[in-house]
Design a protein around this ligand. Structure first.
Ligand SMILES: Nc1ncnc2c1ncn2[C@@H]1O[C@H](COP(=O)(O)OP(=O)(O)OP(=O)(O)O)[C@@H](O)[C@H]1O
Length: 240
């Protein structure tokens, strides 16, 4: 479970996240949507203790990230692909991560199998394709078998097979009863992946609803999303 209570982040005079309150519930894939600059990554960073809220709080299973005794066993995250040292092999990267969190080495082989990296696990991460790097990020997130997963734009740049794989993985992790928060700009993909949606616009929570009720009478998720966020887009091209 993820709990956000009046979560607010200001950078100087700019409010990046503005008084967001919600619970991200287990057993569902929750899509995290919003235009560029809406505050999605900032919210995720505060949840993971990488940024400090100006006010309010972001809790993982009821406590702040910094208070988690075994963080990798509570929450797994993929914030940007390429977190591994480029000179290290995927297996060495995962082994080091496991060792520093007192996770048994046997779990490394398990997660390598889970993400389908068996044949390349002994190659240097620096030589990985985008898709392989994304799978390695997901393997790191799954290492501690956590009940909460946070994936920031996990399908960006992936080929169709990779996109489907991430979708099936997110859905199966939620079906196991985990809390799964996934940010994306790809509305057609979110329509296939998410059960529930949170939509941010200029830092504010514009919607917190099931996919079905959010789409409502609109022809598609994309139409519903564009109708809701049209006032919140910061960068827009002028029609020619
Ligand atoms: N370290 C920082 N210093 C100053 N401003 C920041 C910082 N990090 C983020 N911001 C600002 O906060 C706002 C929210 O940014 P954030 O990256 O959270 O948005 P986002 O919804 O993840 O966007 P995108 O979809 O483009 O990734 C933006 O206006 C951004 O410029």
């Amino acid at each position: 479970m993820i709990t956000l209570r009046h979560l607010t982040k200001r950078y100087g005079g700019h409010v990046a996240v503005d008084d967001v309150t919600t619970d991200v519930r287990p057993g569902l894939v929750t899509g995290f949507l919003g235009p560029n600059g809406a505050g999605k990554s900032t919210t995720m960073r505060m949840l993971l203790g990488l940024d400090r809220p100006t006010s309010g709080e972001a809790l993982v299973n009821g406590v702040r990230y910094g208070q988690l005794r075994r963080p990798l066993r509570e929450i797994g995250a993929v914030l940007d692909a390429g977190g591994a040292h480029p000179g290290r092999t995927a297996r060495a990267h995962l082994r080091a991560l496991a060792a520093s969190h007192r996770i048994p080495a046997a779990r490394v082989d398990e997660v390598i199998g889970l993400v389908g990296l068996e044949t390349v696990a002994d190659r240097r991460a620096g030589k990985f394709s985008l898709g392989m790097g994304q799978r390695l990020g997901i393997a790191s997130a799954l290492l501690g078998d956590p009940p909460v997963l946070v994936l920031d734009e996990p399908v960006n740049g992936l080929d169709p097979e990779g996109v489907r794989w991430v979708r099936d993985l997110a859905r199966s992790l939620a079906a196991e009863g985990r809390t799964v928060l996934v940010s994306s700009h790809l509305m057609s993909e979110m329509a296939l992946t998410a059960d529930h949606l949170l939509v941010l616009g200029r830092g504010r929570l514009l919607a917190d609803a099931s996919l079905t009720s959010f789409v409502g009478s609109h022809p598609s998720l994309e139409d519903a999303y564009l109708a809701l966020t049209s006032e919140s887009v910061e960068y827009r091209s002028v029609p020619r």
